[in-house]
Design a protein around this ligand. Structure first.
Ligand code: R5P
Length: 299
């Protein structure tokens, strides 16, 4: 099969690692902005007969990147690609996956429907906030990669008497997986977020954390408010050290400073979003998912 990785500026490093693992060439998309602010992308090669793996992540500025993705899908199809497998390492708007308040949109539905309408033949993402959103809103084949092995691998042998914590009940499945890999205990905290102000509070909970190293795992660190609140809570309960691992390090508004000020010793994230703490790569997990998708599509 003739496979080509196409990368935009959002994910050049990850796309390069992925193309090496897949053993295929990588083409970088030409990008520019017109004087009035409109975006332009161009695939600078013909792609007849190819299956394209288009890698494009939707971190900030997410609205611009979203439009670039749609344009790049259409450009790849127009350049002759037989099929386009879209790899979106980080899907923006995935947390607005239901109408929490009356009158709100289901933003993740809008994102997925637009990707499909632009011509994507399959979609692969990483640690989607609520994985069932894929089944709910996509008709095309799709996969959600959980890079917990890579994240936890980083901490193996570095923690003493570890306990893995989910900052809320919704993230418990991730903590459970991580704990299995580390051979550790796991638990969750009760998080309450004010839906209007966004302020996060962790309800104090009696945990058996005394003298242990806590590893708090979450899908996203945005402001750092969630993990900072969790860190303060477990340090009050007598934890020895707190470490944080997340898949997508959005790190807005001084998030790292907030985390360190709350007693977090080290923050580790993947390269779905480039950041100063993106110390592990999801490339291997993505390569496996792409190979599986190629098999699915060729049936
Ligand atoms: C929300 O439910 C997510 O799983 C994360 O916990 C949240 O997005 C983290 O945001 P922040 O770092 O701003 O607290």
């Amino acid at each position: 099969m003739n496979v080509k990785v196409i990368a935009t500026s959002s994910s050049l490093g990850l796309a390069a690692r992925l193309s090496t693992l897949l053993g295929c060439s990588m083409i970088a998309v030409d990008e520019k902005v017109f004087p009035d602010g409109e975006k332009y992308v161009r695939v600078p090669h013909r792609l007849e007969g190819s299956t394209v793996v288009l890698v494009h992540s939707l971190y900030q500025p997410q609205d611009e990147r979203f439009l670039q993705l749609l344009l790049a899908i259409d450009a790849a199809k127009g350049a002759g690609a037989e099929r386009v497998i879209v790899v979106v390492p980080y899907v923006a708007y995935a947390r607005q996956d239901k109408r929490f308040l009356e009158g709100e949109p289901i933003s993740v539905k809008v994102i997925f429907k637009a990707i499909e309408a632009a011509g994507a033949d399959a979609l692969i993402t990483v640690d989607l906030h609520r994985p069932s959103s894929l089944d709910e809103w996509l008709e095309i084949p799709h996969a959600n990669v959980i890079p917990i092995d890579a994240l936890i691998g980083y901490f193996r042998g570095r923690l003493s008497n570890p306990v893995v914590l989910a900052p809320d009940r919704g993230a418990l499945h991730r903590a459970q997986l991580a704990a299995q890999l580390l051979g550790a205990q796991y638990d969750y905290l009760e998080k309450v977020r004010d839906r209007v102000t966004g302020e996060v509070k962790v309800v104090p909970k009696s945990l058996d954390v005394k003298g242990g190293d806590m590893l708090i795992v979450d899908d996203i660190i945005s402001t750092g408010g969630t993990i900072a609140a969790a860190s303060k809570s477990v340090l009050t309960e007598g934890a020895r050290n707190v470490y944080a691992a997340c898949t997508h390090a959005l790190l807005v508004s001084g998030a790292l400073d907030r985390l360190y000020a709350a007693g977090v010793r080290e923050v580790v994230a993947t390269d779905t979003v480039p950041s100063p703490v993106s110390k592990v790569s999801v490339a291997e997990s993505l390569a496996k998912a792409v190979n599986e998708m190629l098999t699915t599509l060729s049936l």
